[in-house]
Design a protein around this ligand. Structure first.
Ligand code: PAF
Length: 285
């Protein structure tokens, strides 16, 4: 595995690979890799002759007072895990390399970025879209792998790629869970023992929403109430939202139909966790 820290070096390495007909798979991350990230890496390795993983904790997507400074980091373990899986290039740019001067250009996605996370973290998706656009510009034509858990992020990146005709295929991969159902997240490390015990309630809320839909419920408000009631059983959870929405628009207009997504977000002490699982939902008719 080659570890690359500068933009020109990564560009020329990947251009050379493509010139010899070797397609590129790309997994953008903020590091502190867990089994969820590794499943994205494995998917990229299986689909593409060359795989690049980036590790960059992107300051643009954290608001004042969020956990940028505390965000967990373990570069040595990340590198060892990527090497063991057979990653070809690890891209680890510094903040100076990515943003040598204050950023004057930002990518703002409206529509799918507006509801849910967009209401609670109004600047978050502009930060994500800006860094992902920059990473796509550096990596060049590729398949890029994102986790289903962050379904709204997948929608934002897909919309950006489509609107800006970026030559990247966005691949969404299944949510990976601990044995008790908690979705893998770097932020799980913030949970106290008791918060950790209660956090699988988010997955239970998705199950409750799914059960309501399977039982014939098509009113999003009723499905959402079922999800909220489950989160309410965890005394340490403070719910941000529980939503039953159309998968492509992330809003629910009238009865649920077609592809539906259930999304939930809650705080447990310092940890803000979100959950979504595309594999749970069948098309609703
Ligand atoms: O999902 C993440 O880890 C980040 O939002 C991403 C896509 C790497 C952009 O910083």
């Amino acid at each position: 595995m080659e570890t690359i820290t500068t933009i020109p070096e990564l560009r020329s390495r990947l251009d050379a690979e493509r010139e010899t007909g070797r397609g590129v798979g790309f997994v953008p991350t903020m590091g502190y890799l867990h089994a969820g990230h590794l499943s994205l890496v494995e998917a990229a390795l299986a689909d593409n002759p060359v795989t690049v993983v980036s590790i960059f904790v992107n300051p643009l997507q954290f608001a004042e007072g969020e956990d940028l400074g505390a965000y967990p980091r373990d570069p040595a373990a990340d590198s060892a895990q990527c090497e063991a899986l057979g990653v070809d290039c690890l891209f680890v740019p510094s903040a100076q390399q990515m943003y040598p001067r204050p950023v004057a250009t930002r990518v703002e996605v409206s529509s799918v970025a507006a509801p849910l996370e967009g209401v609670l973290r109004p600047h978050h998706f502009a930060g994500v879209a800006t860094v992902v656009a920059k990473l796509f510009s550096i990596v060049g034509p590729c398949r890029a792998y994102f986790g289903d858990k962050d379904w709204q992020q997948v929608c934002v990146v897909r919309r950006m790629v489509s609107d800006l005709s970026i030559p990247v295929e966005v691949v969404a991969c299944p949510t990976v869970r601990e044995s008790d159902g908690l979705a893998m997240s770097s932020r799980n490390v913030y949970l106290s023992a008791e918060e950790r015990r209660q956090a699988p309630v988010l997955r239970a809320a998705l199950d409750a929403g799914l059960d309501a839909i399977s039982g014939g419920e098509r009113n999003p408000a009723v499905v959402e109430a079922a999800m909220r009631a489950v989160v309410g059983r965890a005394e340490l959870a403070s719910l941000d939202y529980a939503a039953a929405v159309q998968a492509d628009s992330l809003v629910s207009e009238g009865p649920l139909h077609g592809e539906v997504r259930l999304l939930v977000a809650a705080r447990f002490g310092r940890a803000r966790l979100i959950d979504n699982d595309g594999s749970l939902i069948r098309p609703v008719c």
